[in-house]
Write a protein that binds this ligand. Sequence first.
Ligand SMILES: [Zn+2]
Length: 289
Amino acid sequence: MDFDDDARLDASQVEDARGLPIGGMALGGGTIGVIALIAALVFDVDPSQILGGESGESGSAPPANSLSSKCRTGADADQSEDCRIVGVVNSVQAYWKQEFADSGRTYPVARTRLFSGATSTACGNATSAVGPFYCPGDKRVYLDLGFFEELHAKFGAKGGPFAQAYVVAHEYGHHVQDVLGTMRKVGDDRQGASSASVRLELQADCYSGVWAKHAVRTGFFNKPFTDRDIAEALDAAQAVGDDRIQERARGRVDPESFTHGTAEQRKRWFSTGYATGEPSRCETFAGGI
Ligand SMILES: [Zn+2]
């Protein structure tokens, strides 16, 4: 992954809330209103331990954006992890903006908030244990960069810059689903190998692949992604498959509790998006998955 040195980054799309107190954090109660990259059960914690408290923007004030002075160009994105996230967020949203425009729609830009440890969201308070997630209530992607170390250490992924890009693009896939109304299809069908939850997640993986296919055209990168880049994404997608996670955490696999799809499915749907570049081919809600 090689950014165009002269590409202009828009750091206003990423808020830096790391190190800020979240204030009034109350754990327990509440339900998960967020759409995470991975299943909460991986950590063997009760979901009520992860999220809870009052909904609403009750926590910290909007953070001052320290990234805008640091992350100005593609050269900065090649140098620093923070700026690389900005660059990927910019590219992913540039793609969807164009894709929406091509079909006469307007894409609403969604911010990513970097946090460390815990954060307050319109979906309740969240700790890093939930992994990267999207909150429909405030239309934000939440990311603790420490997750990427866990992705390697706990989930056995090789990691790498493109593994991060896959995750960011997956979360923005959820934003697209939110905007298009697809998210409402999940309803109470939140678990099981062919549940709506799994279908939603696999579609977000597919959307991540669609972005990867078109990323060079967004103007943020010098050249198409390499096989090695794509291999990092596929490896990460497999590492967060429900079966892999359950096998690692519990030594057995229970398809009835799947929420995100198997390693094979996650890899395959990312690949479908990448091969076709067509969001309409991410038809995970119709037929077999
Ligand atoms: Zn997801």
